[in-house]
Design a protein around this ligand. Structure first.
Ligand SMILES: Cc1cc2nc3c(=O)[nH]c(=O)nc-3n(C[C@H](O)[C@H](O)[C@H](O)COP(=O)(O)OP(=O)(O)OC[C@H]3O[C@@H](n4cnc5c(N)ncnc54)[C@H](O)[C@@H]3O)c2cc1C
Length: 413
């Protein structure tokens, strides 16, 4: 593996992926004083925009319909002199020649390359021909889903993960009928564990979504447009809109011939470096985390931005630094705030509120160390515990701290 020294004075930096990580990377280059040529290649036609609103306020009928561009994007070409190549897919990278190939037949040479191609939604095989069946990853997806909800679509969500749950919540806010079908006995087990998964998914039932667990889909029915979802027990759930929320895969197909190490993402060292002159950031990157001593790949907003900035600082430095980051994400269902920091391990302990209550804080331990925290409607807690996870706080000290916190954030009636 190279040292940072060979790329400390790049004259052309190419960033592939024009979303959050890519945007933060190019902004950081200019902020750090890089005056050379800076190219941002993005497959979508849009300037970088924010994805979290796509499954929340952009579809819940509250009125927002415009693409949620990230702040600063209108300055990219002029003020930051970024050579923007939107609507352009990168199709390959040839590390030995230090160039990437584009779908339009062009080649672009680089001194340093930042790969920020994110992830794409998994699709359900056999449904391509059916109108009304959608994944939710892009502004275009949101547009068609909003139109369907505007016309009162009966909605079935396949998969009770975070994005599927947010879609269900948005449809219920409009008063529409929604069913979620989930193959596992408890949703979100990998993300938060059994008890917490059950506690969070109880929100669906409480807010009128029909949640079916242990439910396996036999096929999606319809000839041209979807008409329903047939379950393996023979029941057909009528549907005008089916949202497939079964996760995402890192967008590394274009790197297949590159010789780079691909294993659930583009694999990097702790400096976010995948190979000499090649760095990765955001949902596509699987890096060696010094905070947890393991490989991690996250699909979280805060990580994508932080990694984009960090990767670029390392590109420009002769002394790259490790990427230190305690994972953090949030989600909003039916007006309830779910936040998670750190990593899940085993079953958490509730230290404020309760599993059946409208607010709680639950802590996860790894041996003697506090390693994760999940909160429901306790926004005052999350960053305090995140800092404690970063400081490698012991389990006993975390419990002592928990005893000093208010039992509830909610106003008493
Ligand atoms: C609907 C939705 C809701 C979300 N809500 C939350 C939330 O509430 N909280 C939270 O923490 N996180 C949330 N996230 C996750 C968060 O948005 C992502 O972690 C973040 O967008 C990742 O940014 P990124 O830049 O790494 O990748 P992406 O945002 O995936 O962007 C990658 C870009 O690269 C482009 N690209 C891919 N391949 C190529 C190629 N070969 N050539 C050129 N361009 C290419 C893609 O078209 C895309 O524009 C949500 C995500 C989605 C989809």
């Amino acid at each position: 593996m190279s040292t940072g020294r060979e790329v400390m004075n790049p004259s052309r930096i190419v960033v592939v992926g024009a979303s959050l990580a890519g945007l933060r990377a190019v902004e950081t280059a200019r902020r750090e004083g890089f005056t050379g040529s800076l190219v941002l290649v993005g497959g979508e036609d849009f300037l970088p925009y924010d994805r979290p609103p796509l499954s929340k306020e952009l579809i819940d009928g509250s009125g927002s319909t415009s693409v949620p561009y990230l702040p600063g994007v209108h300055d990219l070409s002029d003020r930051l002199s970024v050579d923007l190549r939107l609507g352009t897919w990168a199709t390959a990278v040839v590390p030995d020649d230090r160039r990437i190939e584009l779908g339009n037949g062009e080649s672009l040479e680089y001194d340093a390359l930042v790969v920020a191609t994110g992830a794409s939604a998994r699709t359900l095989p056999g449904t391509d021909h059916l109108r009304g069946v959608h994944t939710l990853r892009t502004a275009n997806d949101t547009h068609v889903i909003r139109e369907a909800l505007d016309s009162g679509a009966r909605t079935v969500v396949i998969g009770a993960g975070f994005i599927g749950s947010e879609v269900a919540s948005a449809a219920r806010k409009r008063g529409l009928e929604v069913t979620i079908v989930e193959a596992l006995p408890t949703p979100l087990v990998r993300a938060v564990g059994h008890t917490a998964g059950a506690a969070l998914s109880a929100l669906h039932t409480r807010f009128g979504t029909d949640l079916r667990v242990n439910a396996s889909v036999a096929r999606v029915e319809g000839t041209d447009h979807v008409t329903g979802v047939r379950m393996s027990d023979g029941e057909v759930i009528p549907a005008d809109l089916v949202i497939v929320g079964i996760g995402a895969t890192p967008s590394t197909q274009w790197l297949q011939s590159s010789g780079l190490l691909l294993d659930d993402g583009l694999v990097t060292d702790e400096f976010l470096r995948a190979a000499p002159r090649i760095w990765a950031a955001g949902d596509v990157a699987r890096w060696s985390s010094p905070d947890f001593g393991r490989m991690l790949r996250l699909e979280h907003w805060s990580n994508a931005g932080d990694q984009g900035a960090h990767a670029m600082r390392n590109v420009l430095s002769d002394t790259p630094t490790s990427y230190r980051h305690i994972p953090y994400f949030w989600s909003e269902w039916y007006g309830n705030w779910i936040q998670f920091a750190g990593l899940p391990a085993g079953e958490p302990l509730v230290v404020a509120g309760g599993w059946d209550e409208p607010a709680f804080t639950a802590l996860y331990r790894d041996d003697d160390r506090l390693i994760g925290v999940l909160t429901l409607n306790r926004r005052g807690d999350i960053m305090k515990y995140r800092a404690k996870i970063a400081a490698r706080t012991s389990w006993d000290d975390a419990l002592a701290f928990a005893a000093t916190r208010k039992p509830t954030d909610l106003p008493t009636p």
